[in-house]
Write a protein that binds this ligand. Structure first.
Ligand code: SF4
Length: 61
């Protein structure tokens, strides 16, 4: 799984609450820790579904 944060991100913090192991907020935008994704894929999907502006782009292998 690969995750990109699109420029649409409004920095609401929801993804970082759902999956703090993968997402964090920096300068009012979400950033992704790619090394952690494989251990938290279900939570990453939850975060993507929850994102209010659909800024979490997930590519499944
Ligand atoms: S949930 Fe979406 S809008 Fe909110 S910080 Fe995460 S990527 Fe950005």
């Amino acid at each position: 799984m690969n995750i990109k944060i699109l420029d649409l991100c409004v920095g609401c913090g929801a993804c970082a609450i759902i999956s703090p192991e993968v997402f964090e907020i920096s300068d009012n935008k979400a950033i992704v820790n790619p090394e952690r994704i494989e251990h938290y894929e279900d939570l990453c999907l939850d975060a993507a579904i929850t994102c209010p502006v659909n800024a979490i782009s997930i590519e499944e292998y």
